[in-house]
Design a protein around this ligand. Structure first.
Ligand SMILES: [Zn+2]
Length: 253
């Protein structure tokens, strides 16, 4: 990732989130797990589709400079694939790179969808215990809105089509999240409120920082994935997030 570029935080979240933290070409994970001696590390590279410099690979002096660093002109790659498309740029014209990017994002959606169809209480247990283990003292009173119309709520938040698609995928399994949470609440009466408090706290904190609901959604999702990079846990986290989207006072309603 060049350090002198002007990628917005939202652009970076979209690139990593929609690409599932994988190289868009070879699909290798671009996050290295923590080891005994090192912290987790990120080795992904953000590559320009229209080149960042006029004379470099895929350069185009007529392309508006202020659009070069937009999400639409970027693709997430591993270092090797980034080298490949730059060293053999004639083999990777613009149209090919756009196709690679959109095919990869579709593939990620499909992996999440398949994983979501199979999420088990094992994944939910990991995700939910992790986020509800903090000491979130409910200072809020919660209004239940069981009868909320989710599609109305989605429309009120001006999400991009990609985030809407993530919501569709996550919403498939919210009833499983609900039954899991209900069981947990029988054992620990504070459980549901702790979970809601977590989401409301975190949501309000992010709302102070960001205007864009895509950014809030993607950051919440990233936050509750708990450094996990398996599709099944990512999908479970997505369903938990979508369940809380339905259940509590987060996002516009
Ligand atoms: Zn690669």
């Amino acid at each position: 990732m060049s350090s002198n570029r002007n990628y917005s935080q939202l652009t970076i979240k979209k690139l990593f989130g929609f690409a599932g933290g994988r190289c868009s070409m070879c699909r290798t994970k671009i996050t290295l797990n923590a080891t005994e001696n090192d912290e987790a590390a990120q080795i992904g590279e953000i590559a320009h589709i229209i080149g960042s410099s006029e004379d470099g690979p895929r350069g185009d002096g007529n392309y508006p400079k202020d659009k070069l660093d937009d999400y639409e002109n970027l693709i997430l790659l591993c270092p090797t694939c980034h080298k490949k498309i730059d060293k053999q740029s004639n083999s990777y014209p613009l149209s090919k790179l756009h196709t690679i990017k959109s095919n990869h994002e579709k593939w990620v959606d499909e992996q999440l969808e398949v994983s979501n169809l199979e999420i088990s209480s094992k994944e939910l247990d990991i995700i939910i215990r992790n986020i509800s283990s903090g000491d979130y003292n409910p200072s809020f009173s919660f209004e239940e809105f069981e009868h909320i119309n989710v599609s109305d709520k989605i429309n009120k938040n001006d999400f991009s089509s990609q985030v809407k698609r993530l919501l569709d995928i996550g919403l498939i399994k919210t009833y499983e999240v609900k039954s899991f949470v209900t069981e947990m609440d029988k054992v620990d009466k504070k459980f549901i409120n702790a979970l809601k408090s977590f989401f409301k706290d975190k949501y309000l904190e992010l709302k102070e920082k960001h205007d864009d609901n895509d950014e809030i959604f993607l950051e919440l999702w990233e936050y509750i994935q708990n450094d996990s990079y398996s599709f099944s846990e990512n999908a479970a986290a997505l369903s938990v997030l979508c369940y809380m989207f339905e259940l509590c006072e987060v996002f516009e309603k």
